[in-house]
Each structure stands twice: as structure tokens, then as C-alpha cells.
Design a protein. Structure first.
Ligand code: DAH
Length: 354
């Protein structure tokens, strides 16, 4: 009997070592601890042993059962907690078949910055929205007051698909129309202001250097309500940037032209890499264009179904397009934009692990 227990114990631990997911753990439990399992088989053997040995062997088997049950529970909670760590924020369940014996990964720096910003904006009452990477000409340009042949399109040459009028979005502003249409009815019916941010991957036909990539991330934001003004825009931008950098950053506003805002601005921050002295990341200017913004053009609001001229009040709004990639460069002191898409683990694994 003692030999049998030892043999089963050895088998159990050998198998337990290889178990990495809840499903195979359950199979192991059935093998050893269910009615038809090895421990029950030992119990049946007990009837065959002489009466004077029954007590001793009974205790041996019970202890063995307890030992296996404890180890089983330990491993189960280990697997579950490791899998919970792998849960993507907001997901309600995890993939039980996911192996857990692999080294912890780390979040991409742009993901970290994006999530941080989402939290900041959510705390200010903004909804976080998602949007497609393939969009049509109407959403990317027409609805944003950039008609066909408008020279502003030249700044945003992107990748066109073979399907008619479809392209990879060149800016997150492409989502503005859909967001206005989604939240506009609520604004009109209940007066709930539209406040939304939408992060996303953007594409442009760029000559790549330390400061330009053909694939990069932006976060667009809009707010539409009664009598929104430039002061509201400045307030939100300042609050957000001081949260992100954890200190006062030096900013400046310059006039800027974008067909979908009027007036439009360029919000620059002083380069945090060189402290304003000038370096390759800021094209030696000491400043980085971080956040173009402005008051949403009435044509854009109209395309989005927002009533712009009904009395007694006027709906107006602001919009901004934050360069998430650029923000990540500033925040983490990354001097070359190409590091982000390089897949180089020496660089990318330096960021907070999950
Ligand atoms: N979509 C513009 C770009 O990528 C950036 C931009 C400018 C967005 C002004 C805005 C804005 O929302 O108001 O070049």
C-alpha cells in the first residue's frame, strides 16, 4: 500500500508540474481525486488489507488525499491569478487555455500613454470611443470641410485601397463625424454635452526619420455644448497636460490652419528632451507641436447633424488632435520615433510590465 501511494504521489507531482491552464488541471483532478480516480482506487484496496493495518493505511490514504487536494487548490489559484494579470482592462473573462508559464510581457509605451490619457479624460466626463483604421473619403476629408482637390489633402497623403474611396485613416479627426452623429441626438434631446476622446492608429505616406513615421497614434477629442468657447478648450488642454507630465509644462499657442476648425491653433510644448535648447527630436527649435486644436467649424457640426443655429442658444464645440506617439517620446525621453515600431525588445521591454 505504501508503495502504491508513493507511486501515485510521484505521478501526481510529475503531471502537476506540466499543468499550465485550468482545463488540464481539471483533467488531473479527475484522474486523481474524482470517484473514479486513483485515490478512490486506493480506498478500494483498503478492503483487502488485514484488519490490524486498516487504521494505519486509512490514515495514510486520507493524508495523501488531503495533500493532493491542497496542492491542487494552490496550483489553481496560482493559474487564475496569473491569468487575471493577463486580463486586458475591461474584459470580463479570460482565456482559460492561455499558458501561464511564459515570462511577463510589458505594455508598449504608446499603450501606457493612451491608457493614462483615457483615465484622465474619463475623470473629466469624456467618453472613450474606438474607430476604424479603414475609412472612406467622406469621413476622412469631406465631412471635415476638406473637399476634393482642397490643398489641405496634400498634407495628409495616405494609403489608398483598391476599393473605391477607401483609405487608411490619416488622422483621428476622421472619427469626428461618427461621434457627432452618435451623441448628437442625446445632446439635442436631453442637453447632455458631447464629450468624447478617440485614440487610434493613423497612417501617412511619410519620408521616415527620427521625427516622422508612416504609422503613428493620435488621440482626438471633441466637446460640444451650449456656448463652448476657447477658454474651455484651454482649460481642458492645460489640465490634461499637467496631469500627464506630473508637473507644469511650458506651452504656447500659435494660430494654425485646419479646415475643420475656426479659429485653429497649434499648441506646442517646450521640448522635455533638451529643455528648449534644441535637439533632433524638436528639429532644433526647442518646441514640439503637440496638440493642434480649435473651435469646430460650423460645416463640420452640420455634417454631424448638430443644430448650429437654433435659438435660444448656439451649440459650439472644440476639437483637438493629440499626437500620442509624440507625447510618448516626450514623456519617456525617446529620441527616435522609429523605436516604437521597431519591435526591439531591448527598448520596448523597459516599460512597466503587466
Ligand atoms: N487632424 C489633424 C492632423 O492630424 C490634427 C488636428 C488639428 C485635429 C486641429 C484637431 C484640430 O481636432 O482641431 O493633422
Amino acid at each position: 500500500m505504501i508503495d502504491m501511494v508513493d507511486k501515485f504521489r510521484e505521478q501526481f507531482y510529475k503531471k502537476l508540474r506540466d499543468v499550465n491552464d485550468v482545463k488540464s488541471l481539471e483533467e488531473l483532478r479527475l484522474d486523481f481525486l474524482s470517484k473514479k480516480g486513483q485515490v478512490s482506487a486506493l480506498m478500494k484496496e483498503l478492503s483487502k488489507v488485514p484488519d490490524e493495518k486498516k487504521k494505519e493505511y486509512g490514515r495514510l490514504i486520507n493524508n495523501f488525499k488531503k495533500e493532493l487536494t491542497d496542492r491542487f487548490e494552490d496550483r489553481k489559484s496560482e493559474i487564475v491569478s496569473l491569468q487575471e494579470k493577463l486580463l486586458i482592462d475591461g474584459a470580463e473573462s479570460y482565456d482559460e487555455s492561455l499558458p501561464v508559464n511564459c515570462p511577463d510581457g510589458s505594455y508598449h509605451p504608446i499603450t501606457l500613454v493612451q491608457r493614462e490619457l483615457e483615465d484622465i479624460f474619463e475623470s473629466m466626463g469624456f467618453d472613450v470611443e474606438d474607430y476604424n483604421e479603414i475609412v472612406d473619403d467622406y469621413h476622412c476629408f469631406e465631412a471635415l470641410n476638406i473637399p476634393e482637390f482642397h490643398p489641405a489633402r496634400d498634407m495628409q497623403d495616405t494609403y489608398y485601397l483598391t476599393t473605391p474611396k477607401e483609405l487608411l485613416k490619416s488622422h483621428t479627426s476622421a472619427a469626428q463625424n461618427a461621434i457627432l452623429k452618435k451623441y448628437g441626438p442625446m445632446l439635442h434631446e436631453t442637453g447632455r454635452p458631447i464629450r468624447a476622446v478617440f485614440p487610434g492608429r493613423c497612417f501617412r505616406n511619410e519620408a521616415i526619420d527620427a521625427n516622422h513615421e508612416n504609422t503613428f497614434f493620435q488621440m482626438e477629442g471633441i466637446m460640444v455644448d451650449k456656448d463652448i468657447s476657447i477658454s474651455n478648450l484651454i482649460y481642458f488642454m492645460k489640465t490634461m497636460l499637467s496631469e500627464v507630465f506630473g508637473r507644469e509644462v511650458t506651452v504656447r499657442l500659435r494660430p494654425g490652419f485646419f479646415p475643420f476648425v475656426e479659429p485653429g491653433f497649434e499648441l506646442d510644448i517646450q521640448c522635455l528632451i533638451c529643455g528648449g535648447k534644441g535637439c533632433p527630436s524638436c528639429k532644433n527649435s526647442g518646441w514640439l507641436e503637440l496638440c493642434p486644436c480649435g473651435m469646430i467649424h460650423p460645416n463640420v457640426l452640420k455634417h454631424g447633424g448638430i443644430n448650429t443655429d437654433e435659438e435660444p442658444f448656439k451649440y459650439t464645440g472644440f476639437a483637438f488632435g493629440l499626437g500620442l506617439t509624440r507625447l510618448a517620446m516626450m514623456k519617456y525621453g525617446v529620441g527616435d520615433i522609429r523605436a516604437f515600431n521597431s519591435g526591439d525588445l531591448n527598448t520596448l521591454s523597459q516599460f512597466k510590465s503587466i
